[in-house]
Design a protein around this ligand. Structure first.
Ligand code: NAP
Length: 292
């Protein structure tokens, strides 16, 4: 995938050392864009004064907030920290941009929904988070909308893979080496999304002049974790039958996992933005990108 070169705009990426931040900075740099990458060590988004000073000094045209507290289980017992990062932090960015100019692309999650639907969630579906992580991410969406209504985009995504850092596909590639068989849940369905495609999509959005909106971006099609694991094994040249289906009841975790995490992307394509490709094609690109 390629996206328009954005040499005329100055981009600031927060959380630049995370999975999405890493890919955003790499792609923006490769496209010849002006980009300032700020990992947590350089900008802690929970510190409102630091955020205001950075935005005031750098005057970015587009800020992509890739910073987040993403430890879904840990958030259950540390909701205050998750709230600071996922709600107060994005609010700080939106407030600073409202004061100094510039647009915000803020990334959110399928966890704002209750995960009990049977058809893809549209952007205007009613949020009903069932986890602390989901509550804090929803609070972040509301904070950016309140502080920067005309220049803040909320882009919800799901099942992001590609690394660096922990992600399902890398875990499967590791387990393929370590174990003869791997048990994977087959009763949770979602929208696997390669971080490379998500980064490209955000760059396209930031380069466009579409009006502020809440949008969904995920790769096309649906899969269970079992389907995603089998496809990963097959693409790695391993026997997919080494992946065995199990039910979620066999894996109890502190935060409940949604049974249905499929997001509709009509909001995205209706704006004339590039339609996401199927998740299997994106997974293949992701695995060959690791090999390269
Ligand atoms: N991964 C998924 O499957 C998934 C699914 C749906 C939505 N999303 C959303 O997609 C976005 C990107 O996720 P990701 O997978 O790239 O997550 P990630 O790999 O966990 O990256 C998040 C980054 O934010 C940094 N960070 C944490 N607290 C910070 C703070 N106070 N100030 C600045 N940076 C801070 C983290 O640094 P440290 O490592 O030092 O803490 C990390 O580098 C998030 O908004 C997430 O909610 C992800």
């Amino acid at each position: 995938m390629s996206e328009p070169v954005t040499t005329d705009r100055h981009w600031l990426v927060t959380g630049a050392a995370g999975q999405l931040g890493h890919h955003l900075v790499r792609r923006l740099t490769a496209a010849g864009a002006r980009v300032t990458a700020m990992p947590r060590a350089e900008l802690d988004i929970t510190n409102g004064e630091d955020v205001d000073a950075a935005i005031s000094r750098l005057r970015p045209d587009v800020v992509v907030n890739a910073a987040a507290y993403t430890a879904v289980d840990a958030a259950e017992t540390d909701e205050a920290t998750a709230t600071a990062v996922n709600a107060t932090g994005p609010g700080n960015l939106a407030t600073a941009l409202a004061r100094h100019g510039g647009r915000l692309l803020h990334v959110s999650t399928d966890y704002v929904f209750d995960g009990t639907a049977h058809e893809p969630y549209e952007v205007d579906a009613t949020p009903a988070p069932r986890t602390a992580y989901g509550r804090t991410k929803l609070a972040g969406e509301l904070a950016v909308g309140a502080a920067l209504p005309d220049r803040a985009f909320v882009v919800r995504t799901a099942w992001v893979h590609g690394g660096p850092g922990p992600n399902f596909v890398d875990t499967m590639l590791r387990l393929e080496h370590e174990r003869p068989t791997v048990d994977v849940v087959s009763d949770q369905v979602g929208s696997p999304t390669w971080v490379g495609d998500l980064a490209g999509a955000l760059i396209e959005l930031g380069h466009s002049d579409v009006p502020a909106a809440t949008l969904h971006y995920v790769n096309a099609g649906t899969a269970s974790w079992f389907d995603l694991a089998r496809a990963t094994f097959a693409l790695a040249g391993a026997d997919p039958d080494r992946v065995r289906p199990v039910s979620s009841a066999q894996f109890t975790r502190p935060a409940p996992r949604p049974a249905w995490s499929v997001l509709a992307t009509r909001s995205w394509t209706d704006l004339g933005l590039t339609a996401p490709r199927p998740w299997r094609a994106a997974l293949a690109a992701s695995i060959s990108a690791r090999a390269g």
